[in-house]
Write a protein of this length. Structure first.
Length: 194
């Protein structure tokens, strides 16, 4: 086994990256090195094969396999893709969690119908019919009862107004009249002739 092959084997066993001191110790255990400076021989192998080895950026005295960096880059890309998928899934979950239930929608529709009843009285019965058609019988009955209650109150108010006696007032110059439901009760002159 060559020094280069031993370096590759050692770095692979160490996960692709290791401090130079550890690389040197393990390479010397793997292959017998002849010469006075095995440390320099190992460093020379690492330096002269840049396609196989490189210094780890930002870490003093640490070397790595260049294929290790390719693998790291590939894994980082996979993580980015997975993060994008996770983000998309979280967005879908948020949309689904914030989506109104049918019951919430029907409740809001009934509330809006009641709020707009004075302005769009004719739409209230239409909404009741739609609810009934869609199978929301209970809600349609409740809205129908509410509409009937409101219509009866309106009819009662109109009836009470119609029952009141017609008031006619003939006020002459200098007179003041007090008017109540019973008619004209008192007349007072505004200017005295003293």
């Amino acid at each position: 086994m060559t020094i280069k092959e031993a370096c590759i084997k050692v770095l692979t066993e160490l996960g692709g990256r290791a401090p130079l001191k550890i690389i040197c110790v393990m390479v010397q255990e793997t292959v017998s090195l002849k010469g006075a400076t095995p440390y320099n021989s190992i460093c020379t192998e690492l330096i002269t094969h840049p396609n196989d080895f490189r210094r780890t950026p930002g870490r003093k005295g640490v070397w790595e396999l260049t294929s290790y960096q390719d693998e790291v880059t590939e894994l980082k890309q996979t993580i980015k893709e997975k993060d994008a998928e996770i983000f998309e899934l979280k967005s879908k979950i948020e949309i689904l969690e914030n989506r109104q239930t049918v019951e919430e929608f029907v409740g809001k529709l009934i509330k809006a119908t009641k709020s707009l009843f004075k302005i769009h009285r004719e739409h209230a019965d239409f909404v009741r019919q739609v609810l009934e058609f869609l199978g929301f019988t209970k809600e349609a009955e409740e809205l129908g009862a509410w509409i009937e209650y409101k219509e009866n109150r309106l009819a009662d108010a109109v009836e009470k107004i119609a029952e009141r006696p017609a008031l006619s007032v003939d006020i002459k110059a200098g007179a003041h009249a007090q008017i109540s439901e019973q008619g004209i009760t008192n007349q007072y002159p505004l200017i005295s002739n003293r």
